[in-house]
Design a protein around this ligand. Structure first.
Ligand SMILES: Nc1ncnc2c1ncn2[C@@H]1O[C@H](COP(=O)(O)OP(=O)(O)OP(=O)(O)O)[C@@H](O)[C@H]1O
Length: 240
């Protein structure tokens, strides 16, 4: 049986007394799916992710997460739902009084994982994202792209059931972006449902996952973007 991880029905969101920034949003994300979230700057991508990780309540409509309607779920149950969601924030939100290692280890420590396993997994993951030599550094001493990788590592270290990533490759070069996408693909194969907001059309084409497209606050679920058509430049015979 296919489980629905996130369901939105006729959802609207406005900030304060402003206009609705998301309108009539209905979408369904099944367990194990991987979606790119695309749309122009200011279209509402971060707002949609915030609804999904329960940082905002919708102004109207229904949201369910892991099968629980969040409007009727008790306040004491919401943290348990949130703990199953990994989030990569656009602005990273790393803790600067802790080392890179401890930032990534934090969700495992909260989950009471044995310190020996924490050391093994965090070291492996930080090595994978190219930060082996920066494990004891404070986040503020790292570059933007390095901080972004710490934020991604922290979000995936506990293999969350749902990963919401807001432009997780926005600050790294193309080669590293592809490497990080491979990390997300591995996580997805292990069962994590992923929504990744991105402006990088090259990645969207290369990795060919279905899209959630936002334009002017309206959302449409669409199929993968195919690789760009390459004209056949080989010329044979005479030009007629
Ligand atoms: N806290 C807020 N208060 C008021 N308006 C907000 C707030 N956050 C976002 N908005 C507005 O909501 C709209 C959607 O913003 P959002 O950040 O969701 O877009 P986005 O698609 O993620 O943009 P970008 O690609 O630039 O990150 C914008 O018009 C923005 O000004």
């Amino acid at each position: 049986m296919i489980l629905v991880i996130v369901k939105l029905e006729n959802v609207g969101l406005r900030y304060g007394v402003g206009p609705e920034v998301l309108r009539d949003v209905s979408l369904t994300l099944e367990e194990g799916a991987f979606h790119f979230l695309t749309g122009p700057s200011g279209a509402g991508k971060s707002s949609l992710l915030k609804l999904m990780y329960l940082a905002h309540r919708p102004t109207r409509g229904l949201i369910s997460l892991f099968g629980s309607d969040i409007a009727t779920t008790g306040r004491d149950t919401l943290p348990a739902l949130r703990r199953q969601v990994g989030v990569v924030f656009q602005e990273f939100r790393l803790l600067d009084h802790m080392s890179t290692f401890d930032n990534v280890a934090l969700p495992m420590r909260v989950a009471n994982v044995h310190e020996k396993d924490i050391r093994k997994h965090v070291t492996e993951l930080l090595t994978w994202v190219g930060l082996k030599d920066h494990m004891s550094a404070r986040p503020s001493t790292l570059s933007g792209g390095q901080q972004q990788r710490v934020a991604l590592a922290r979000a995936v270290i506990t293999r969350p059931r749902l990963l919401l990533a807001d432009e997780p490759t926005g600050n790294v070069d193309d080669k590293l972006a592809v490497r990080l996408l491979h990390l997300l693909e591995e996580l997805n194969k292990l069962g994590t449902t992923i929504v990744m907001a991105t402006h990088n059309e090259g990645l969207v084409r290369q990795f060919g996952h279905p899209r959630i497209c936002i334009e002017d606050g309206r959302v449409e679920q669409m199929g993968p973007l195919r690789p760009a058509h390459r004209p056949n430049v080989r010329m044979e015979g005479k030009i007629r």
